[in-house]
Design a protein around this ligand. Structure first.
Ligand code: PGA
Length: 241
């Protein structure tokens, strides 16, 4: 696991440069995207690079980590809507090449079909990750088996409270989500996790310096052959590096 500490702006630039490297080498890369506040600067940077003619997503296929159960793709808090408004609508990605777990059809077939679609696309070349204050990746909350594939999870009260800022009230935050499993994430050839802010400091310490345990799902990145963890100073503040 490679740890890189930089300012949030520096992280967005360095991470965008990694996307450019991958796309220069493999224009039809399979990219795993994430939602949340953390990747917003990176997405703005990717849009800038696209508008400057430096990168193209024309031949890219995407797979997002997760989606709230019960929200239609058009719901303004769905992760599909988030991706459309913050990235996809601003680049030359073919909408047909976008994959996000369905929050509506969460049948066993649909969930297994998500892993199947990833395999059929040749696997994810690089998966972007945020991290929850409790160490979750995607919506794999503490206790999720490390062998899990795409599945439905019940969100913890803490995760719902943290995400309530995007909804009118806590009651409006869905109780469940469909998420890539930990194994689905680990199958990606490269992982790029970004952690910003003091609220992530404990999770980052457990991820980087703690044992590999389902209690901190992100700790599994220690076992990945090509995982990069970008932290700002605040998120890195509890590391004993
Ligand atoms: P955030 O969420 O980027 O909004 O902090 C990250 C996560 O919960 O995985």
């Amino acid at each position: 696991m490679k740890i890189i500490i930089d300012t949030p702006e520096g992280i967005a630039e360095q991470a965008a440069a990694i996307y450019k490297e991958i796309l220069d080498e493999k224009p039809n890369a399979v990219l795993g995207f994430a939602t949340g506040s953390t990747p917003l600067d990176l997405y703005a940077e990717l849009i800038n690079l696209y508008k400057a003619g430096e990168i193209s997503f024309k031949d890219v296929t995407t797979f997002n980590l997760d989606e709230y159960v019960g929200l239609e793709p058009t719901h303004d808090q769905s992760y599909r809507y988030f991706m459309d408004t913050n990235l996809f609508n601003h680049i030359d990605l073919d909408p047909e090449s976008v994959h996000i777990p369905s929050g509506i059809d969460t049948s066993a077939d649909a969930l297994a079909g998500y892993d199947q679609a990833i395999a059929e696309a040749g696997g994810v070349d690089m998966q972007l990750l945020g991290i929850g204050c409790n160490g979750h990746i995607g919506f794999n909350e503490p206790g999720t088996p490390l062998e899990s594939l795409t599945h439905v999870v019940e969100l913890t009260q803490n995760t719902r409270e943290v995400n309530a800022r995007f909804f009118d009230s806590l009651d409006d935050v869905p109780t469940h989500a469909a998420t890539m499993g930990i194994k689905t994430v680990m199958n990606a050839r490269k992982l790029l996790l970004i952690a910003l802010g003091e609220s992530k400091a404990d999770a980052i310490k457990a991820t980087v310096e703690g044992p590999v345990t389902a209690d901190c799902p992100a700790s599994v990145l220690q076992l990945h052959p090509d995982a990069i963890v970008f932290c700002d100073e605040a998120a890195a503040s509890k590391l004993s590096l």
